[in-house]
Write a protein that binds this ligand. Structure first.
Ligand SMILES: [Zn+2]
Length: 340
């Protein structure tokens, strides 16, 4: 019997994967696509563990394969990580700070990439059939962190892989994966988590789960980043730019990452939404309750239409960030969302 115990929600995905696991053979490549931080990597890891598990209820967490998988110590499972952080992550694995529920660990960053040399090495590696069991899984974190040239190199491997290989490509930006690669993969599509599933995750104590859910759009990964980035600090920076008219470049000092900017956009969206609620005299549904005095002071500075316009513009900006438009341009465009 198969039970995905560590993957929250995603019932359809789990059913589909169970069918795959019960079938004669596995596809040579599977794309796990869907929003960031909803458990794609956790689910992929569990999928591989179930494949190798020899217990009755899979994963049993007791057999030698489950234990070795949990210690990242089974050669049938290999991680493909961006080159510049690979070493750090391997150190984290060795020190035990990376768990199967948090495969990316502390050092993971979307600012790094999987390099073409790694794909060349992988090509040489996969010539050798497995010593143990019948399959080797390669888990790409994340597939869209390969540049175009690297993806083209990988495509050749994908076209004629040895029969004992399965590539699992994780991506929250599948549009950045070449169509020629996408068309050769089995697709497993993840959606956002429901509040019920999201709240089952054990977040550190003291956080309002509903607030985290709204702000992260149901992404556990994003919510965890928010906790580590200090939302309050980001809010202060936003207010300095949008209310006090400070130069965004000086405030953000070029240190901000793409993911943090996406989060900033999310926070601005909630502030704008809150302002609309306040204008309509509605108190329920306000995300940043602690900002009520601020809202009271600024609610009449902008008309309803002006707030709505900013709301749609910020959605466009968020999209531009994801499309990898130059970050300086994005930062410099922030003042147009001013609340005053
Ligand atoms: Zn087992």
């Amino acid at each position: 019997m198969i039970k995905f115990k560590r993957t929250l929600g995603h019932l359809n995905v789990k059913e589909y994967l169970k069918r795959l696991l019960n079938s004669e053979t596995l596809p040579s490549s599977i794309l796990f696509a869907g929003p960031e931080g909803v458990g794609k990597a956790t689910c992929a890891f569990e999928f591989v563990k179930i494949y190798f598990c020899e217990g009755d209820e899979k994963p049993c967490e007791k057999c030698t394969y489950c234990l070795r998988m949990n210690h990242f110590n089974f050669p049938g499972f290999r991680l493909v990580l961006p080159a510049d952080i690979e070493k750090k992550i391997v150190e984290e694995i060795n020190s035990g700070s990376i768990s199967p529920e948090n495969l990316r660990g502390e050092s993971f960053s979307r600012n790094s990439s999987i390099k073409i040399e790694q794909i060349r090495n992988l090509k040489e590696e996969i010539i050798y059939p497995p010593h143990e069991r019948d399959r080797i899984f390669y888990l790409f974190l994340d597939a869209d962190l390969m540049g175009r040239e690297t993806q083209n190199a990988f495509l050749k491997t994908l076209e004629e892989p040895p029969p004992y290989i399965t590539f699992i490509l994780i991506s929250s930006h599948p549009e950045l994966v070449l169509p020629t690669i996408r068309s050769r993969t089995h697709k497993v599509i993840f959606s956002s988590l429901s509040f019920e599933d999201f709240s089952k995750y054990s977040f550190p104590k003291g956080y309002n789960i509903e607030y985290l859910y709204n702000l992260s759009a149901g992404s556990i990964g994003k919510a965890k980043s928010m906790i580590s980035w200090n939302i309050e600090e980001l809010k202060k920076k936003i207010l300095q730019i949008l209310v006090r008219g400070k130069n965004p470049y000086n405030i953000l000092r070029g240190e901000i990452t793409r993911d943090q900017l996406v989060l900033m956009c999310g926070i601005i969206q909630f502030m704008l939404k809150d302002l609309l609620y306040i204008k309509s005299g509605v108190q329920e549904g306000i995300v940043f309750q602690e900002m009520l005095p601020f809202y009271a002071r600024y609610k009449d500075k902008l008309s309803r239409q002006e707030i709505e316009k900013r709301f749609y513009q910020i959605l466009e900006l968020e999209d531009a960030i994801k499309r990898r438009v130059n970050l300086s341009l994005i930062v410099l465009s922030l003042p147009k969302f001013a609340f005053v």
